[in-house]
Design a protein around this ligand. Structure first.
Ligand code: CAA
Length: 258
């Protein structure tokens, strides 16, 4: 397994685990961490033995945002020419579903990183927010766009314009969080969700994520057309025959990810 400076990776069964590991900076997203996170996610994505990824931080912080100290002295031109958050844009394109297991702070880029994942499981200690306006900037990794789509205009505007934070419960009520669990159960619950996904046929899971992503970006009519074709394409997989045969024969399917 590759050694990283700012993250720790591990494989458990068919699940790849990525733990952000900059405890002294509350897992603030600096360039090294963003590059390493992308590299680890792409390595899992390229491995057919992996069917889901869990992304987590520490008990205190999932991530407290983009690294403010690294960005502080940069010019606008440098931010553009270095494509500062480019690795996270590419992380969003990973085909394998990612379960975010969020405890503690998920602020700014940390909240946006959670929103780049497919399922967000929050400990009851988690805090979500987009406080960038306190720094005289705005969210830069999709916070004005994905948050808006997740929770609607008025809740998103409340967070982005005032910089206030949401508790895990409030975030769940708003639709930003998939499930809230006691902190002690966070990793087990995320592991169970990831195991459940990883047990499915990988082509169908890739297709489901792609269709959901398409739905976030397009009109209903275009999304339905995309879904129709991807649904039909899955009938050419051996796993579709196995899944439906197993149902008729009243047994568990044995998927080969083909
Ligand atoms: N960047 C860099 N360092 C950070 C950081 C960040 N986003 N968040 C925390 N740290 C560092 C602190 O500077 C501190 O380091 P030192 O010990 O060297 O001083 C260490 O992490 C611990 O933090 P605190 O002492 O501040 O811990 P606390 O418990 O008192 O407060 C906190 C926790 C409320 C999360 C506070 O750290 C905080 O407000 N952090 C910044 C949150 C923020 O503004 N995030 C948005 C960043 S901008 C962004 O993300 C842009 C974008 O959209 C892409």
């Amino acid at each position: 397994m590759t050694e990283y400076e700012t993250i720790v990776t591990e494989t458990r069964g068919r699940v790849g685990w990525i733990t952000l590991n900059r405890p002294d900076a509350l897992n603030a997203l600096n360039s090294v961490l963003m590059r390493e996170l992308l590299a680890a996610a792409l390595a899992f994505d390229a491995d057919e033995g992996i069917g889901a990824i869990v992304l987590t931080g520490s008990e205190r912080a999932f991530a407290a945002g983009a690294d403010i100290k690294e960005m502080e002295s940069k010019s606008g031109l440098e931010m553009i020419m270095s494509d500062h958050f480019g690795p996270l844009a590419r992380f969003a394109d990973v085909r394998t579903p990612v379960v975010a297991a969020v405890a503690g702070y998920a602020l700014g880029g940390g909240c946006e990183l959670a929103m780049l994942c497919d399922i967000i499981i929050a400990a009851d200690t988690a805090t979500f927010g987009q406080p960038e306006v306190n720094l005289a900037v705005i969210p830069g990794i999709g916070g004005t766009q994905r948050l808006l789509r997740a929770v609607g205009y008025y809740k998103a505007a409340d967070l982005v314009l005032t910089g206030r934070s949401l508790s895990a419960d409030e975030a769940e009520r708003a639709g930003l969080v998939s499930r809230v669990v006691p902190a002690a159960e966070l990793l087990a619950e995320a592991g169970r969700a990831a195991d459940a996904i990883a047990a499915k046929s990988l082509p169908s899971v890739f297709a489901a994520k792609a269709a959901l992503d398409a739905g976030m970006e397009t009109t209903l009519a275009e999304g339905l057309r995309f879904e129709k074709h991807v649904f039909a394409a899955l009938f050419d997989t051996a796993d579709q025959k196995e899944g439906m045969t197993a149902f008729r024969e009243k047994r568990a399917p044995e998927f080969r990810h083909r």
